[in-house]
Design a protein. Structure first.
Length: 314
């Protein structure tokens, strides 16, 4: 299923998953010490995953092939863990898989518009229009029930289409993926410093608020959201390209979907064993992800999107 892997992309995905896991720990334990930092990082976590997904978007030979791939990789694990959550603990983070499925479908439609109406800016403009519409749609605060929330996941998919397009554009119009040579380190440090400054300024001074990507509500402006989100994506991409590989982080990045699906149940049950001790629970959950990944890829590859459950019609 996998082609040739790009090491620093796995590292970027691993950083993304660490941000997601640590953000959920902050929500669980409510640590005031890290609340401000978690709020600021909430500008980056989900946009980064959309950005990285957009970098490797492909339409494939037909819509049927494309749709089957996305069902296998996104909807199958989502539906399996949605059903499991009815009998165990509600697995909140899996919402992202259905949201990412919607974003892929929307981006595919925008690509078809570009094919029917060729133009240099048609794809970018269509994505931006959908993003703005999604941002200003009614939010889902107060709604209850994961099936009902699907409408808000679709709104988030629209809102974040700009991040998806940004990743696609970086791959299409630059050589950042194809080139194996990094820029001079002083330029990279300067760029990362600028990106960090933008995120910090938006997060702490300009538009301080926690994000609500899951139900598409935001306490800040669309300009602030995109400025901080894109700056965070670029900064982490540059950092990952410079570092190339970090053993544990790159490993969980390669199997990011397994971590996405399993970290919340692990957190829930570890919290039942170790009450009010985040400093012990965090390393336990992160360490437990290693055997979970090994078991998942060996014994449950179809559930965790490591193999195609529905055969692909080539």
């Amino acid at each position: 299923m996998e082609g040739k892997r790009i090491g620093y992309i796995d590292l970027a995905k691993g950083i993304c998953m660490l941000l997601v896991v640590l953000g959920h720990f902050q929500e669980l334990y409510g640590s005031r010490l890290f609340q401000d930092l978690s709020y600021t990082l909430s500008y980056i976590r989900l946009p980064l995953y959309f950005f990285l997904s957009g970098m490797f978007f492909r339409t494939y030979a037909s819509f049927r092939y494309f749709l089957t791939k996305k069902i296998n990789h996104l909807l199958v694990p989502y539906l399996v863990f949605l059903v499991l959550g009815l009998f165990t603990v509600r697995n909140f983070p899996i919402w992202f898989l259905s949201c990412l499925f919607y974003s892929n479908m929307l981006f595919y439609c925008c690509k078809r518009i570009e094919a029917w109406w060729p133009g240099r800016y048609v794809l970018a403009a269509s994505c931006m229009v959908l993003s703005v519409i999604g941002f200003f749609l009614p939010d889902g605060r107060g709604c209850d029930g994961q099936l009902y929330e699907q409408v808000y996941y679709f709104g988030t998919a629209m809102t974040c289409l700009g991040f998806f397009y940004a990743g696609y554009a970086v791959n299409r119009y630059t050589d950042i993926v194809r080139s194996g040579v990094s820029s001079r380190i002083e330029y990279e440090l300067l760029l990362m410093a600028v990106c960090a400054a933008v995120v910090a300024f938006v997060g702490w001074y300009y538009d301080y608020a926690d994000t609500g990507f899951r139900l598409n509500f935001y306490g800040y402006s669309i300009v602030g959201m995109y400025a901080a989100g894109l700056a965070g994506c670029i900064g982490i991409l540059v950092l990952s390209r410079r570092l190339r590989y970090l053993p544990y982080v790159s490993f969980i990045g390669r199997y990011s979907i397994v971590v996405l699906l399993t970290h919340y149940p692990l957190m829930y049950y570890v919290d039942r064993l170790i009450t009010d001790s985040a400093w012990l629970a965090i390393p336990l959950v992160l360490a437990a992800e290693v055997p979970v990944i090994l078991v998942a890829r060996r014994y449950f590859p179809y559930i965790f999107a490591q193999k195609e459950l529905i055969p692909l019609d080539r």
